[in-house]
Design a protein around this ligand. Structure first.
Ligand code: HEM
Ligand code: HEM
Length: 135
């Protein structure tokens, strides 16, 4: 069961990664793709990928949260209660709550976007500590 727990942790991290692509895909677009010539094939197919990642962003976020719960249940039962894991999970909950508030708001608030992004940066740091130390 420990391997199952580990696998669930990895799947959770992959879905977080897909949610984080929301930022990466826009960044690459601004810095690089927009500067390519109009005829460029890569530039022509890029918007479809960008749209897919942005449109499904909240589902990747929710999916990660659900997988995270399964990872926690299995690890608490069959491995140990990880303190760094709890910190990572708490930051994930904060991120999702901020995301939901922003999603429901009629007008996008830049402070909220920065709070959401900030929670993600803390989440990445906590996740790395969790996976490296496993404490
Ligand atoms: C957002 C939250 C979390 C994510 C993304 C996450 C992800 C991961 C990943 C990727 C691993 C490494 C698997 C490997 O080395 O193959 C791992 C290991 C582990 N996680 Fe989490 N985790 C999270 C939260 C938690 C929580 C809250 C707990 C427990 C209370 C926990 C308990 C563990 C334990 C005990 C291990 C080590 C398993 C072993 O080496 O057998 N994790 N986690
Ligand atoms: C825990 C998983 C999540 C992560 C890692 C994450 C990550 C991110 C990141 C990095 C951005 C910045 C993108 C940019 O700079 O434009 C962003 C934006 C945003 N996120 Fe999340 N997010 C998560 C969950 C959610 C959820 C569950 C929702 C909504 C239900 C949500 C709603 C939003 C909204 C509305 C934006 C504003 C930009 C846009 O509409 O694309 N996020 N998220």
């Amino acid at each position: 069961m420990r391997e199952v727990g580990e696998l669930l942790g990895i799947l959770t991290a992959i879905l977080f990664g897909l949610a984080i692509m929301n930022f990466v895909i826009k960044f690459v677009n601004r810095k690089w793709v927009m500067k390519l010539p109009k005829e460029n094939k890569f530039k022509q197919s890029y918007p479809a990928l960008m749209k897919f990642l942005i449109k499904n962003h909240r589902f990747f976020g929710f999916g990660a949260a659900i997988l995270m719960v399964t990872h926690i249940v299995v690890q608490v039962l069959f491995a140990w209660v990880s303190i760094t894991g709890i910190i990572t999970a708490s930051l994930a909950v904060v991120t999702v709550v901020l995301g939901v508030i922003m999603f429901q708001a009629k007008k996008r608030n830049p402070a909220m976007l920065w709070a959401h992004r900030g929670a993600v940066i803390a989440l990445i740091a906590a996740f790395l500590v969790h996976v490296i130390t496993k404490i």
